[in-house]
Ligand binder design. Structure first.
Ligand code: APR
Ligand code: ZN
Length: 263
């Protein structure tokens, strides 16, 4: 179902009136880059049981399950390129309308697209550490193991290495969550793009922004449980909707500027 012009215009007007804009993104923003999300039909958790493949407990008991999932996803993550949605957030940043991207994704596509401030709530695959002694492991070493699907082991004590991604049952990086919460409480607009809003504490960020009087624009192909608190819901693929929103904002800001020039 196409968004009405009124909905796009309403979103552009909110962007126009907002001084401090942040984006919260989920797996949905990377689907058009070829990376499946988790809970849509065909999503990763419909094919791999997260209680077996992606909890801290399952990792410590049998890291081979996680690493086999990492190996299966590796080709997608290695070849994926940012899509128009990632690029539109960079465009908004250049227009002074996106001061940070808070992402749940670990695909590095916001950084590849050129976003200046990316807060990775669920960690990163770019580094890892030993589950026992904490010895660090660099990206190249991790890449090698991920490609082979073998279990990286610590050079010092031989225990499994875990990438710095947040598994279920693990706390989010405290400094990242603190910064993300501060942004949620102080922004006057949060763009929520491709988020299922089923996993906390990430899903609490739009609620926090709403509670503090921030506006919310949701971009999603389906309804979420929190659509009722959004000021504007743009239904559709992020790579198709965000360019329309940015184009409408540009039109509005140029007419706004021209009106200011004449008066
Ligand atoms: N454009 C916009 N939204 C999309 C698109 C698209 N092209 N494709 C899918 N979506 C939406 C889906 O409708 C869904 O609401 O993106 C959302 C993705 O939801 P999830 O699959 O639950 O992913 P996410 O919200 O990122 O999950 C949060 O859960 O499993 C953990 O750590 C994992 O970071 C992940 C977290
Ligand atoms: Zn070790």
């Amino acid at each position: 179902m196409e968004n009405s012009q009124e909905e796009i215009e309403a979103g552009a007007r909110i962007l126009m009136d907002s001084k401090k804009v942040v984006a919260l993104t989920g797996a949905g923003i990377s689907v058009e880059s070829g990376i499946p999300d988790f809970r849509s039909p065909g999503g990763i958790w419909t094919r791999y049981d997260p209680t077996i493949y992606a909890t801290l407990e399952s990792f410590v008991n049998d890291p081979s399950k996680f690493w086999s999932l990492a190996r299966d996803l590796h080709p997608l993550l290695e070849t994926a390129e940012p899509n128009l949605a990632h690029l539109m957030l960079v465009e908004l940043e250049k227009l002074g309308k996106c001061e940070a991207v808070i992402t749940q994704n670990i695909d590095n596509l916001h950084q590849k697209a050129g976003s200046g401030v990316v807060l990775e709530l669920h960690g990163t695959f770019r580094s890892g550490k030993c589950v026992r002694c904490g010895e660090k492991c660099g990206f190249e070493e991790l890449e090698e193991f991920t490609r082979k699907g073998s279990i990286p082991r610590c050079g010092s004590c031989g225990s499994p290495i875990k990438p710095d991604v947040v598994l279920f049952g693990e706390p989010l990086p405290p400094h990242v969550l603190k910064k993300a919460s501060e942004l949620a409480q102080t922004c006057d607009l949060m763009l929520v793009v491709g988020c299922g809003l089923e996993v906390f504490p990430a899903a609490s960020l739009p609620i926090l922004a709403h509670r503090k009087g921030g506006k919310l624009i949701f971009v999603n192909v389906v309804k979420t449980a929190y659509d009722h608190i959004a000021d504007v819901v743009l239904r559709g693929k992020a790579g198709e909707v965000l360019p329309k929103l940015v184009e409408e904002y540009r039109k509005l800001s140029s007419t706004g500027a021209s009106q200011r020039r004449h008066c």
